[in-house]
Design a protein around this ligand. Structure first.
Ligand SMILES: Cc1cc2nc3c(=O)[nH]c(=O)nc-3n(C[C@H](O)[C@H](O)[C@H](O)COP(=O)(O)O)c2cc1C
Length: 390
């Protein structure tokens, strides 16, 4: 089976479950490899009270033995500590005195269309699954993908370059992805970090919330992941869809992104040069390491815009579906800015897509064969500039 994952779990239910398929046998994998990213997801200036309650950690339920993978599906569980307080409201078993329905759909959420689509009068049935709590399970899958990629020198990092009206240059931010963990907002520039924090404080004071933009950079990808042959295989499209699937992401760009429309061709394409060592190199990386739906050996650069959190203290207008009358939105505990966390989640989605494409290219079953295929490929393409591509 191809590398892929699915998740199960409600925000205040017993836990979040991830099932990862297609992980080759023989990959060293410890719970710490995954927990590190879960902790990074929980950080960020502007998060709400939920992050103080949870300390997300996985338990492996299958697919891993004595610290290495077996080639079987990997199941991981993150228990929701908050469930202790929600046992009555979220119990999988029927309860004698069910809680009252919530009937005030929040603008900007899955609430209204979800209630229509899934035929329920209680929007808790919708919000529990559509909540970004589900992304814990995605980050767990991303942790497995990253571990696999790291075996071949591929690293995925991110940086936040805009929160509300405070921004730094995207390219500069992309250069700083390795140090962004040091910033409370994942911004590599200390001065911009402070201004972003004040921007978040101002929004919170105004009982409002803020969105922003971030960039994800994957370094070390070999050329040729993805393909131009079939539209479904195009890696830029797969990466964009995966990042766009993260809650509240409203736009995704590759490389310089929408700026390609403003420039002449000579200012957009990345010229191919012959380095002194005879290796091929590029004069620039404006196209974000992707040409023709494939990696080209340059860092893969994907950026995205996140909309502001919809659940805000300054309530927005809605309609009470039980009474059929105008009302103000219902309040649920919320973040005032989750852009830094969204960047970590997007890293996970990028890692998953890259792992899938990597295994498509080099094999599925075990690390020994995959490594041999990878080494042979790198050896072969290293000779391409001397006329022996095949
Ligand atoms: C890390 C993260 C945390 C989020 N926290 C909240 C939150 O506390 N309150 C809220 O209303 N929305 C939050 N969101 C956004 C909603 O999950 C999202 O807007 C909603 O599910 C509707 O999906 P859509 O915006 O993609 O259309 C968060 C998103 C992310 C990525």
């Amino acid at each position: 089976m191809k590398f892929s994952f699915s998740t199960s779990g409600e925000s205040h239910g017993p836990g979040e479950v991830t099932l990862v398929h297609g992980v080759p046998a023989g990959l060293d994998l410890l719970a710490e490899d995954v927990n590190r990213d879960l902790a990074r997801r929980q950080q960020g200036y502007g998060r709400g009270g939920r992050q103080k309650i949870e300390t997300d950690k996985i338990e492996f339920l299958g697919g891993v033995r004595h610290g290495y993978t077996l080639g079987a599906p990997i199941a991981m569980l993150v228990r929701n500590k908050d469930y202790a307080k929600w046992e009555h409201k979220m119990n999988p078993a029927p309860v004698d005195d069910p809680p009252e329905d919530i009937t005030l759909p929040r603008p900007g959420h899955a609430d209204l269309a979800g209630m229509q689509k899934y035929a329920t009068g209680d929007l808790r049935n919708i919000l529990e699954r559509s909540s970004a709590r589900e992304t814990v399970a995605r980050v767990a899958a991303g942790g497995v993908a990253r571990k696999l990629l790291s075996e071949f020198g591929i690293r995925v990092n991110s940086a936040v370059y805009r929160i509300g009206n405070v921004a730094m240059d995207k390219i500069e931010a992309a250069r700083g992805v390795r140090i962004s963990d040091e910033s409370e907002v994942r911004c590599p520039d200390p001065e911009t970090t402070e201004r972003m924090k004040s921007e978040i404080d101002d929004a919170r004071y105004a009982r409002d919330a803020l969105g922003g933009s971030f960039v994800v950079v994957a370094e070390g990808c070999p050329p040729g992941l993805g393909s131009y042959v079939d539209w479904r295989d195009k890696l830029d499209a797969r990466l964009a869809a995966a990042v766009m699937s993260v809650n509240a992401i409203k736009g995704v760009e590759v490389g310089i992104g929408f700026d390609v429309a403003r420039h002449r061709s000579s200012e957009v394409q990345d010229e191919i040069l012959l380095g002194e060592d005879g290796a091929l190199t590029r004069a620039s990386n404006r196209l974000g390491g992707l040409e023709g739906g494939m990696t080209n050996g340059e860092p893969v650069v994907i950026s995205a815009a996140m909309k502001p959190i919809s659940t805000i203290a300054k309530q927005l207008r809605t309609v009470d579906l039980a009474k059929g009358e105008a009302a103000m939105g219902f309040k649920e505990r919320a973040d005032s800015c989750a852009v830094p966390a969204a960047a970590v989640i997007a890293e996970a989605m990028v890692a998953v897509v890259l792992a899938e494409a990597f295994l498509d290219k080099f094999g599925q079953d075990n690390l020994v064969d995959i490594r041999a295929a990878y080494d042979a490929y790198i050896e072969r393409i290293s000779k391409i500039a001397s006329g022996s591509a095949v």
